[in-house]
Design a protein. Structure first.
Lengths: 181, 213
């Protein structure tokens, strides 16, 4: 567990400094821990697991500027996952009884689950709901892998408009996912 | 959508993240909150006419120190509550120190006063408007703090809303000190506190709706 904490924290910090491949490795590994966490707690709602994994990954990404490097990563991720879980349960307004307490943050990294099933939402459809000024920057820089400069030239938007479009678009995507599930 | 695709989407083209984002947002919020409240105070209430003499009295500074200490403590709470998983630890005792100190001072003043004067020390001349004027002056900061917090990640929403409200109450209270003629500890320990608690209560009630992400 402690080695996971130290290693993942190192990955995240390098990711926050702009090393995209390291950041990807961090998110990939994080998805396995999130999946295990939610699968254990949503035994009666297995269909929700993958949606919630994705929602949490988006939350981790969109809120990554709130991570304080002096803080244990486990506590930060656990609080986000728990918030998203409680938010889902509140949204469903159901009286599902959880079999597990929600407060065991210390063993968050002790379990991992890499058997990803497909979430029910379609990324293409979600992206289609975004306005062009957000959708195009995301499609060009994130799906087609163009640089910000190239995307700016292609779309005729300014470079800062591309960056803002990506930033706002990712937030809007998170809101869409939350609304859709 | 496959989760691996989402991870690709999130990581591709990521160029690092701005450092000290949390501090920056609140610094901006405080500037806006103080400036707008200051303009409101100048426009609607005016500075107390005897300010030049008042600044020489220790009680003037005790009042400011009391509100400012609460402000620092609530800012500490706000900063913690804006980050998932951060603990509040000793923030509650730190919040209690200025209040308890002012209450001790008030008890001392009341004990030393003639019984017939005591009511006047508590009520002053402006008790009926003081809390509402402080709440009014805290409104710009209330909006600015909620804006700052919405861009961060509070997970305990009513508590975060209350802390945000208290912080804005202290900013309103600080600005109000420049207008308010009251100097008695029993007054300050009662009506200032009440004024700062109005936005705190509003924040606690609105937190779940306004701060959700």
């Amino acid at each position: 567990m402690n080695t996971s904490e130290a290693r993942l924290k190192d990955l995240l910090i390098r990711g926050l400094d702009g090393e995209a491949p390291v950041y990807q490795a961090f998110l990939m590994e994080m998805s396995t821990h999130l999946r295990a966490f939610f699968r254990k707690r949503l035994t009666r709602l297995p269909d929700e697991v993958e949606d919630l994994v994705q929602e949490s990954l988006l939350a981790i990404h969109n809120k990554r500027h709130t991570y304080d490097v002096d803080q244990p990563l486990t506590a930060w991720v656990h609080a986000i996952a728990k918030y998203k879980l409680v938010d889902l349960l509140r949204r469903r307004a159901s009286r599902e009884r959880l079999t597990d307490p929600l407060d065991d943050e210390t063993d968050f990294f002790s379990s991992a689950d890499s058997e990803a099933s497909e979430a029910r939402r379609d990324l293409g459809k979600l992206l289609g709901q975004l306005p062009d000024r957000q959708r195009l920057p995301i499609v060009h820089t994130k799906l087609e892998g163009l640089s910000v400069t190239e995307a700016a030239q292609l779309t005729g938007m300014s470079e800062s408009a591309i960056k803002i479009g990506v930033h706002r678009g990712m937030k809007a995507l998170a809101a869409l996912i939350r609304g859709a599930s | 959508m496959k989760t691996d695709d989402l991870v690709m989407l999130l990581a591709t083209g990521e160029g690092g993240v701005q450092r000290h984002a949390v501090a920056r947002r609140y610094a901006a919020a405080i500037v806006v909150g103080v400036v707008v409240a200051g303009l409101l105070m100048l426009g609607l209430l005016g500075v107390r006419p005897d300010l030049a003499e008042a600044v020489r009295l220790p009680m003037f500074w005790a009042k400011i120190g009391y509100v400012a200490a609460l402000g620092v403590a609530s800012l500490l709470a706000v900063l913690r509550l804006s980050r998932p998983g951060a603990r509040l630890d000793k923030v509650l005792p730190v919040l209690a120190v200025p209040v308890v100190t002012m209450w001790f001072l008030a008890a001392f003043v009341l004990a030393g006063a003639e019984p017939v004067e005591r009511m006047a020390l508590v009520l002053g001349e402006t008790w009926a408007v003081c809390p509402f004027l402080i709440a009014m002056l805290s409104a710009p900061m209330f909006g600015a703090t909620l804006w700052a917090m919405r861009g961060l990640a509070p997970t305990r929403l009513p508590l975060a809303g209350a802390a945000a409200g208290l912080l804005s109450g202290t900013i309103g209270g600080l600005v109000y000190c420049l207008h308010c003629p009251e100097m008695a500890a029993p007054f300050i320990g009662t009506w200032y506190l009440l004024g700062m608690l109005i936005p705190a209560a509003a924040g606690a009630l609105l937190g779940r709706r306004m701060l959700r992400w």
